[in-house]
Design a protein around this ligand. Structure first.
Ligand SMILES: [Zn+2]
Length: 721
């Protein structure tokens, strides 16, 4: 069966009555929420806690094979990395078309996907470590009112270590405030602003505004000649006042490679100074100038250089990586469309230099930066360094600092958590002590899922999927909770707050009856480089796979069986989970045990025997649940992690549409009737939420009673009641 192309016109009037009938304001559920971790520590020397893994060369536990059946309950798509096609036509350039994974010429479920799916649940249920966890430092927008406090500086590497050269111009260094008179760095007029600042617009006839206009006119800007960013050179400059009467600065009128060539052109009031050229491109709309970093030789208000310690250097490198990751799509888009990266394109600013140059990820010495200083002007210390004057700043704490140490990835082969002992472990440490074990092979092996004859039904038409967005962990009221585990309603909780903690493991909810084609098909069936097309998406289908296990304790077999069957709740598998794809049910069909003693002693028997369902349920699954209750103090199904899994992986308890947060879209201009913006526009919802006096946090997974409202960019809640 084909997906009907009726979404061509997303705003068709035929849908109005259906939506209008709804009672009360429009509400929706976020496609993901978090599964809380358990408060109690895993026990040590326990097979459901931390202990040494058994050796692979002796049989001391149960060895056998579990045969399972998987049934797709919502559209399912797993892509085949070998069969990706990319469109080349103009508007569709860069659009990729994926095919369903195949094995032996038939659609199949790759073993690695099945293994990943089961490990995620096993880890969550057994309170194991977070094996897949990117521990990095996130960043936030620096308060622009503090921008004048930042001191221009140059990173230098000397025989005695790393130093920061403070380039305060002719001003005295002041800590915790801006310079008293002229700014530290000199200005080089280079651009007419994309959006001129208030003074330029309001006082066009002002004498100093006119000067400004003349200096930024095309052809009148300061010539860079052969000079590039970071280059040591000389500048002719004169002290000037900005139209805004409180800003005084050195205005660079010419640049050169030597003092001699410049000095012959000096006019009254001008001076020549050596320094460094700092170019970051026209990277924000009001920008008109680049900077020249220098220091007056007679300045003794502060030391010339101060030490630059490793944590500050690492934090800077992390920040640059963060900048580069945030802008990767933009950089690629521009190169693909043949647009310049370092210049404005229409009204869109250029990208900052350090955003696209790979070599900037690592400090080498010679970098021009801005420093935030502490201490006194005689004895300043560096708090952090940043690449621009209105920067993003890294949080002091990394994501991992908000996760209790007991849940960090295992780091000692002699004491591993249940998931690492069964699914395998690789040390995450870069430098390992000599002779220390760095990996442990798991004790389970998954097969590919092979189709059950006659069950496979695929959509005939390839589906251009809705745009998938990347995770946004800086939306703190979605990712963090307070120390008491409750969502924050003040909007002030952030990664540096001692009270803040991570919510837990992110899980995409099962959409069930609320699955909507409007949510997973791209609005207008568009195909471009922002979305991808999936061909051969399964409408329904069943597969079988096996899990071979070796040397497991009976509680471990129980945990594995539980993670497979999941109380009949849905697993989430494959691509486009936020759009509702990939809900599958797993049923254990057969459990066989191999008795190696028997196999070796009696050559005529295979040593394999099938265990009846009542026996494996009783001996393994129940004994796993009973042990968990003993260890964590509650009935297994009452544990926070298990309750949250249930809330997210069963039919949604409230029948609300499921999609990412969106602003309203007014069907009639200025009318009352609105629906979620079909273009997504997730960003606007979060901007609006931040502007509210009490930003709306994501509720806990098991307490989602009313859903979230549509929000306008100004924070207003759309209500149609
Ligand atoms: Zn572990």
């Amino acid at each position: 069966m084909a997906v009907e192309q009726n979404t061509q016109n997303q705003v068709s009037t035929s849908e109005e009555p259906k939506t209008k009938e709804r009672k009360g304001p429009y509400r929706f559920l976020n496609p993901y929420n978090f599964v809380r971790y358990l408060e109690r520590e895993r026990p040590t020397d326990h097979n459901l806690g931390n202990c040494p893994p058994p050796p692979h060369d002796r049989y001391i536990g149960l060895t056998g094979r579990i045969t399972c059946r998987v049934d797709a309950k919502t559209p399912l798509f797993i892509s085949d990395s070998h069969a990706v096609r990319e469109l080349k036509d103009k508007e569709k350039e860069g659009h990729k078309i994926y095919r369903f994974f195949e094995y032996e010429g038939q659609p199949a479920l790759p073993a690695s996907s099945l293994r990943g799916m089961i490990r995620a649940i096993f880890e969550t249920a057994t309170n194991s470590c977070f094996a897949v966890f990117t521990n990095k430092r996130l960043s936030y927008h620096f308060d622009s009112r503090q921008a004048p406090w930042l001191v221009p500086a140059r990173v230098e590497k000397s025989a005695s270590g790393w130093l920061l050269r403070l380039l305060t111009g002719t001003a005295d260094l002041r800590i915790g405030t801006g310079p008293r008179d002229e700014q530290y760095a000199a200005w080089l007029f280079r651009y007419w602003p994309i959006k001129p600042s208030g003074t330029l617009v309001k006082e066009p006839q002002n004498r100093r505004t006119r000067l400004f206009k003349v200096r930024t006119k095309a052809g009148m800007e300061v010539k860079l000649r052969d000079l590039t960013h970071g280059k040591e050179c000389f500048a002719i400059m004169q002290l000037t006042e900005h139209p805004h009467p409180r800003i005084k600065f050195w205005d660079v009128v010419a640049l050169g490679n030597s003092r001699d060539e410049l000095e012959s052109n000096l006019r009254d009031g001008q001076v020549v100074k050596p320094g460094w050229l700092c170019l970051t491109n026209q990277n924000i709309e009001p920008k008109h100038s680049e900077r020249f970093f220098f220091r007056d030789q007679e300045d003794d208000s502060c030391p010339e250089t101060i030490s630059l310690d490793e944590p500050v250097r690492r934090a800077y490198e992390g920040l640059i990586s963060d900048y580069q990751e945030r802008h990767r799509d933009k950089v690629q888009n521009r190169s693909r469309q043949g647009q310049p990266i370092d210049k404005r394109v229409g009204d869109e600013p250029a990208l900052s230099r350090f955003v696209y140059r790979d070599e900037e990820r690592q400090l080498k010495g010679g970098e021009l930066v801005y420093a935030f200083l502490n201490g006194t002007s005689n004895n300043p210390q560096v708090e952090f360094i940043v690449p621009v004057s209105v920067p993003r700043v890294g949080y002091k704490r990394s994501i991992g600092d908000l996760l209790p140490p007991r849940l960090h990835r295992c780091n000692d082969a002699q004491t591993l958590c249940p998931a690492c002992r069964i699914f395998g472990w690789v040390s995450g440490e870069e430098k390992q002590a000599q002779g220390k074990q760095t990996a442990y092979a798991g004790r389970v092996r998954f097969s590919h899922g092979k189709p059950v004859a006659g069950t496979i039904e695929a959509f005939e038409t390839p589906i251009p999927l809705a745009i998938l967005s990347s995770p946004k962990p800086t939306t703190t009221n979605f990712y963090l909770v307070r120390g008491d585990g409750q969502p924050d309603r003040t909007g002030k909780l952030n990664y540096d707050d001692n009270q803040a903690r991570l919510r837990g493991r992110k899980v995409y909810r099962h959409h069930g009856q609320m699955l909507s084609e409007q949510e997973y098909v791209r609005s207008g069936w568009r195909e471009d480089d922002q979305n991808r097309t999936a061909s051969g998406v399964l409408k329904s289908g069943a597969f079988t796979f096996t899990v071979e296990f070796e040397n497991l304790a009976k509680e471990e077999v129980g945990a594995l069986l539980w993670a497979l069957e999941l109380e009949g709740w849905h697993h989430r598998l494959g691509f486009a989970k936020p759009l509702g794809f990939g809900s599958v049910l797993v049923k254990v069909e057969k459990v066989e045990i191999c008795d190696p003693g028997e196999r070796y002693a009696m050559l005529d028997t295979s040593g394999w025997r099938t265990i009846t369902e009542s026996v494996w349920r009783e001996r393994c699954v129940i004994s796993f649940k009973t042990k968990m209750k003993e260890l964590y103090g509650k009935d297994f199904l009452e544990l926070e992690n298990v309750k949250d899994l249930q809330a997210l992986l069963t039919e949604p308890s409230i029948g609300l549409p499921i999609h990412y947060p969106r602003p309203p879209y007014y069907v009639e201009p200025h009318g009352d009737f609105a629906k979620p913006n079909p273009e997504g526009m997730q960003f606007e919802w979060f901007v609006g939420n931040k502007r509210r006096p009490e930003p709306i946090p994501l509720p806990l997974a098991s307490k989602e009673e009313i859903g979230l409202p549509l929000l306008e960019k100004n924070g207003n809640e759309y209500s149609d009641s």
